[in-house]
Design a protein around this ligand. Structure first.
Ligand code: SF4
Length: 501
């Protein structure tokens, strides 16, 4: 018999509820299969729960960027508020559907009925090709059974996914959850009969589908790199419209530009497609990638050599014309950190550390080996603590990282650049990517004296809980702190004792 207390997680627990309790509840509610699959696809790091934004943002954004796709969230109001806020901050320009719940509708199963009703209401084939319904943490922990939703209503596809923070470690991997669910659906449609061609038409050359969201110019650059091989760039997955999924599955070779699309790769492999890792970054990366794609497609070696000879000198020239001098530490959670590190090193940077929140996979193994051969410490599933420790230990001229890493760097007078906004939003591939980072990186490094000036300007304003201008001495209460610490220790001991029972 199921322990009822396990299947009644209450709204408001959120990220602060213990991940292990939420996971136990989800398993008790019949979601073990999904969680086991996530554990295999996205092996967890040292941190049990996300250190970045809510993972569901990744899948939400993928849905919101697709034409004629409606998105519906089912989760705690605070989670949905945060997710819609961030979506609109990033320019979603589209409504996010929400099915609210309370303890009663959650426990009685009414929430599922409400979700089903909302999907029926939304299913207008004139407006939508598909509706994506996402269970956030609490509905996943309660086992709200999205798989029981109708597969399709009035010709509108219904795709239900569970994206709990206690099963999907990063928002990058959540993109994979939705992309794979859509590929799976599209694969079943292809098996069932003829499907529509993409609106943009089909290439007359064999295509290479591209896995990973990139700067918009990158797929075009990759297309130019592939042309001498007699190939063309196929759709980018996650796709922008449903029909592109068919064209992606139709590509004989798939380039896993971003390495964390484990479940999507499984769909491509089930369709008999060959997957190639790494990406055409810098000179060595581009040469190796062209050779790997050529081999996967059985292109004659002379043609591959011709392409290499066409682009190699241009990349070398761009790298030489845009040198980067100085020491950089690099970290992020987008999945492209190793590629950026390669490019920076080929540009001349001294880069001793790269941390990524994503896991090691077959598709970034080449990049990892390349970096390690150059003495770089590559940290997969890096924690914020790893990244900050590296920044402090290596004393770089520039720290590229997530918001808290950059904040820490600036506090120390070290110039910092946000990976997500300033680095991953630039072309990286082929000749176009070769010189693209130098300007922003060198400009940031030259800010060292400004950073020092700011540091001395703010000297003496205090830090952490004594930050700010105080009229007297900061009102520190070490006695309160000691009491609070005692409480926390007691809770930790109780949790430990419970684990042992
Ligand atoms: S859905 Fe996201 S924000 Fe909400 S509890 Fe889970 S991880 Fe946290």
């Amino acid at each position: 018999m199921t322990d009822k207390s396990l299947i009644e997680p209450q709204d408001g627990q959120g990220c602060h509820a213990g991940a292990s309790e939420m996971e136990a509840a989800a398993r008790a509610a019949g979601n073990s299969e999904i969680l086991d699959q996530y554990a295999a696809d996205y092996p967890q790091g040292p941190h049990g729960k996300p250190q970045s934004m809510c993972p569901a943002f990744g899948s939400l954004r993928v849905g919101l960027r697709m034409r004629r796709v409606a998105t519906v969230l089912s989760g705690s109001a605070c989670c949905v508020y945060g997710l819609t806020f961030v979506s609109h901050f990033y320019g979603a320009r589209r409504s996010v559907g929400y099915v609210p719940f309370n303890s009663e509708t959650l426990v009685t199963g009414k929430l599922f009925e409400d979700i089903r009703d909302s999907v029926h209401e939304l299913a207008d084939p004139d407006r939508f090709d598909a509706i994506v319904v996402t269970n956030l943490c609490v509905p996943t922990a309660s086992g709200v059974p999205l798989k029981l939703l109708p597969n399709e209503i009035n010709g509108v596809r219904v795709v239900g996914i569970d994206v709990p923070g206690f099963g999907v470690p990063t928002h990058a991997e959540a993109k994979d959850v939705l992309a794979a669910a859509m590929l799976k659906y599209a694969r079943a449609e292809i098996k069932a009969g003829p499907v529509a061609a993409p609106i943009a038409g089909r290439s007359d050359r064999p295509t290479v589908a591209l896995l990973g969201e990139m700067f918009p110019a990158d797929p075009m650059m990759i297309g130019a790199l592939l042309a001498p091989l007699g190939l063309a760039a196929g759709p980018v997955v996650p796709c922008r419209e449903w029909r592109e999924l068919y064209a992606a599955l139709d590509s004989k070779v798939v380039a896993a530009i971003h390495p964390f699309y484990t479940a999507s790769v499984r769909e491509f492999q089930a369709a008999g497609r060959t997957v190639v890792g790494s990406a055409p970054v810098g000179y060595e990366g581009t040469m190796a990638w062209l050779a790997a794609i050529g081999a996967a497609y059985g292109v004659a070696p002379e043609k591959v050599a011709e392409a290499q000879n066409t682009f190699g000198p241009a990349i070398k020239a761009a790298l030489a014309a845009n040198p980067i001098q100085g020491r950089i530490t690099l970290s992020g959670y987008e999945g492209s950190e190793l590629l950026v590190a390669r490019l920076l090193i080929e540009s001349g940077a001294d880069l001793p550390y790269v941390g990524t929140a994503c896991a090691k996979s077959e598709w970034n193994a080449i990049d990892c080996a390349w970096l390690e051969a150059r003495g770089v410490k590559v940290q997969f599933r890096a924690t914020l603590e790893n990244d900050c420790a590296a920044m402090e230990a290596f004393a770089p001229d520039l720290a590229i990282g997530t918001t808290p890493v950059v904040q820490k760097a600036k506090e120390r007078g070290v110039p910092g650049l946000y990976f997500t906004n300033l680095i991953s939003a630039r072309p990286l591939m082929g000749p176009a990517g070769a010189g693209s980072l130098a300007q922003v990186v060198m400009a940031a490094m030259s800010n060292k004296s400004r950073m020092e000036g700011m540091k001395s300007f703010f000297e003496g304003v205090g830090a952490a809980d004594t930050a700010g201008i105080w009229e007297g001495a900061p009102n520190l209460r070490p006695d309160f702190r000691a009491i609070q610490q005692k409480k926390l220790d007691k809770q930790a001991r109780a949790a430990k004792a419970e684990e042992m029972i």
